[in-house]
Design a protein around this ligand. Structure first.
Ligand code: NAD
Length: 325
């Protein structure tokens, strides 16, 4: 079974750090030619390492590409984006920089090129303010590692056309991903709103000396994190309500919201002492491994979970079957 749309012939990536490099890897493995521009002299090495990780991970999934796309590096945005069907920017999360890069990109592409931003939470309406043809700007917010995680949040701004949204949805499907159209434009979209809520609460737990970074991570990875990977939040809570389902769950746990059990409206000040406590605990938790080693371990774990989900034809596992073709 392979009903994926055809991937684009050539995609240009502006910015090749953690996210841009992983976008490069996913597209190359889908057979798309990738043109990269990034002023950092580290960029070729970072892309090459991401590609290496991605090849390893896809091979473990039994997914060997029919032919990898060609990878090339360019010194300027103009040179990289010319002839690209799609341009995706993944430069640092600084509004002024992104605005400048987006206007530079649109100066060098033809009228039909789709322009996407990997921003984690800046509203596309703000990003497109200075653009001459803002209707073709869309946010495609991916998740790290982009070559493995299927979700990408597709967000349009006030001036984004319906056609652009539809093209973006098809584009990311062609990458073997599971695009979700975020219908209402809000800061940080859906995912980072959820993640930031958990992150704030975790910072409080460390700040108040309730738990260490390791204890918090253990609660997640040995507990509800395993549930989240396969059924999300609401479906799990529905089951937690027993035969009474969600209604029973809410009647049982609804009152805790006003007790309250969380401190979400408030965040501890990130004092030097708190930052030091977090970094020391995190070093003690993971310091035996380099980041590269941790990446490989993380990816192998994710492949295991994805393959298990595929065997059940459930959730994210279904996207792997489609990639397998
Ligand atoms: P990063 O710092 O790892 O990479 C940014 C890259 O942009 C660097 O390689 C830098 O050299 C390059 N760059 C800077 N100025 C440039 C320019 N003028 N032209 C071309 N390249 C330039 O950052 P990242 O984590 O890859 O984040 C990039 C974007 O992706 C951000 O908008 C971020 O919010 C978003 N994002 C990050 C994550 C994540 O988990 N790291 C997840 C989803 C989305």
């Amino acid at each position: 079974m392979n009903d994926l749309p055809a991937p684009p012939k050539r995609i240009a990536l502006v910015g090749a750090g953690v996210i841009g490099a992983a976008w490069a890897a996913r597209w190359l493995l889908r057979g798309t030619d990738v043109a990269v521009t990034d002023p950092s002299s580290d960029a070729p090495r970072i892309v090459s390492q991401a590609l290496d990780n991605a090849r390893h991970a896809w091979a473990r999934m039994g997914k060997t590409p029919k032919g990898e796309g060609r990878l090339s590096f360019f010194e300027s945005i103009d040179a990289a984006v010319v002839d690209a069907d799609v341009v995706q920017e993944s430069v640092p999360e600084i509004l002024e920089l992104k605005t400048q890069i987006l206007t530079e990109i649109e100066r060098s592409v033809d009228a039909t090129t789709l322009i996407a931003s990997s921003t984690s939470g800046l509203k596309p309406s703000v990003l497109q303010e200075a653009m001459k043809s803002p209707e073709r700007l869309v946010v495609g917010h991916p998740f790290n590692p982009v070559y493995l995680l299927p979700m990408v949040e597709v967000v349009g701004g006030k001036l984004t056309s319906a056609e652009t949204i539809s093209r973006a949805m098809t584009l990311y499907e062609s990458a073997g991903m599971r695009p979700l159209h975020v219908r209402v434009e809000v800061d940080a979209f859906i995912a980072d709103r959820l993640l930031e809520a958990v992150w704030r609460e975790a910072l409080w737990l460390v700040n108040d000396g309730v738990a260490t970074t390791k204890e918090i991570d253990d609660v997640i990875r040995f507990g509800f994190g395993l549930r989240w990977a396969q059924m999300g939040l609401f479906e799990n809570y529905r089951i937690a309500g027993g035969e009474g389902g969600m209604a029973h769950f809410i009647s049982q746990f609804g009152p805790t919201l006003s007790w309250p059990w969380s401190k979400l409206t408030d965040t501890p000040e990130l004092t030097e002492a708190l930052i030091e406590r977090i970094t020391e605990q995190s070093d003690a938790q993971s310091g035996d491994y380099t980041v590269r080693e941790l990446e490989r371990i993380r990816d192998d774990n994710l492949v295991g979970i994805l393959l298990a989900l595929e065997a059940n034809q459930w959730g994210a596992g279904q996207t792997i079957s489609k990639l397998r073709g």
